[in-house]
Design a protein around this ligand. Structure first.
Ligand SMILES: Nc1ncnc2c1ncn2[C@@H]1O[C@H](COP(=O)(O)OP(=O)(O)OP(=O)(O)O)[C@@H](O)[C@H]1O
Ligand SMILES: [Mg+2]
Length: 370
């Protein structure tokens, strides 16, 4: 049963009002009465059919995942403040975001522009890389777990789908995760992996940009059959994001796009470029100097001259130009001495050099003579 508003959790967090509901429970805006700040509290609902031992195990597991997530400080990883077991169920206390989930955004605004989807994807991938580096998997990347604020995208609900592998839970009829966002290998029974999280990110971005889920209303099994049929994934609005989605949504985790390349590709699309630019930075192409219009005789000299002339006449009295020069005055170069006539051998050598070498390799003497 859901907790009532005003409920005081762990003698500290006062539940104020629900801000959202999902398959696993309710998210509350709550007030931390110790630190005097608002927080979000996820009240995880467990089915009443579960026996005591399993409940205790699930609470312990949620606490473990909460603790692990709290170790990762990243702007796109939700900050977990506390995990509490109370009333036989887990509660997760986290930062309260003024955000809409990606699912809500798509419902309200329709498909996102590929650049915007790429930027959200880039940030969420950053979160995944940060947690994967610590050995943590998300297991449930999907649009409702991506919260979008004014300036960042944040991944939430880490590790909750860890409960999924539990046979007793499946038997109890809880549907964890969403068919359209679970990697094909997991549908076939493989364990969760970082590559599985990347597939789910691909499916999430597909929904963001196409405005509909990859599998429509099909079940996971039917979706897998569609994916393995070899048909290309239908995309009509993905534009520059299409190659990234295509590579993230590969059935075989071995050939799936890895997170480093995915980051680069998403960053390029988010910046307005193409996902498939070569990895090596291209040399900037210098524009060739264009033969511009001939200098305007009427403008430049007159313009310059005018200012100078004005200054000269008003401020400085220029001395009159001298007509005669003293001997040697104004001669800046040495006079070229008359050269001796080259010998026949020297002439022959010069001819050979001229024929065989480009001009820039000729001896100086030869270059001067031409
Ligand atoms: N930290 C938070 N700050 C603000 N709003 C949040 C926060 N976490 C979740 N929400 C809101 O609560 C809604 C419900 O989240 P919740 O995780 O319970 O549902 P879900 O993701 O649809 O389902 P699931 O139970 O499978 O995770 C989200 O869509 C979001 O709008
Ligand atoms: Mg959620």
């Amino acid at each position: 049963m859901r907790a009532p508003s005003g409920y005081l959790l762990a003698a500290r967090y006062r539940l104020v009002e629900p801000v959202g509901r999902g398959g696993m429970g309710t998210v509350w805006r709550a007030h931390d009465e110790l630190l005097h700040r608002d927080v979000a509290v996820k009240e995880v609902r467990l089915p009443s059919v579960l026996d005591e031992e399993l409940r205790a195990e699930l609470c312990a597991r949620t606490e473990r995942e909460g603790r692990a997530t709290a170790m990762v400080a990243h702007p796109s990883v939700i900050t977990v403040f506390d995990v509490v077991t109370e009333d036989d169920r887990p509660w997760i206390v986290m930062e309260l975001l003024h955000a809409k989930s990606l699912e809500q955004l798509i419902q309200e605004q329709g498909p996102l522009h590929p650049r915007r989807a790429a930027e959200i994807g880039r940030q969420i991938l950053g979160a995944l890389r940060a947690v994967h580096a610590k050995g943590i998997l998300h297991r449930d990347v999907k649009p409702s777990n991506v919260l979008v604020t004014e300036d960042r995208a944040v991944l939430t609900d880490f590790g909750l789908a860890a409960l999924e592998g539990d046979v007793s839970i499946t038997q109890a009829g809880i549907v964890l995760g969403s068919a359209g966002y679970i990697a094909p290998e997991r549908v076939l029974g493989s364990k969760a992996s970082p590559a599985g999280d990347l597939w789910s990110l691909g499916a999430t971005l597909y929904t963001a940009v196409e405005g509909r889920g990859l599998h429509g209303r099909r079940t996971a099994a039917a979706a897998l059959a569609a994916l393995t049929s070899g048909e290309p994934i239908p995309m009509s609005k993905a534009g520059p994001l299409a190659p990234v989605l295509d590579a993230l949504l590969r059935i075989d985790p071995q050939t799936r796009l890895d997170s480093v390349r995915a980051s680069l590709m998403l960053a390029r699309v988010a910046a307005g470029g193409s996902a498939e630019e070569p990895l090596a930075p291209r040399k900037p192409v210098r524009p060739m100097p264009q033969p511009g219009p001939p200098p305007s005789v009427a403008r430049r000299p007159t313009h310059r001259g005018l200012h100078r002339a004005e200054t000269a006449t008003t401020a400085v009295a220029m001395p009159a130009a001298r007509q005669e020069r003293k001997p040697g005055e104004g001669v800046h170069r040495k006079r070229v001495q008359d050269r001796p006539t080259p010998s026949a051998y020297a002439r022959f050598k010069a001819t050979v050099i001229k024929l065989c070498l480009p001009r820039r390799f000729w001896p100086r003497e030869l270059r001067k003579r031409g």
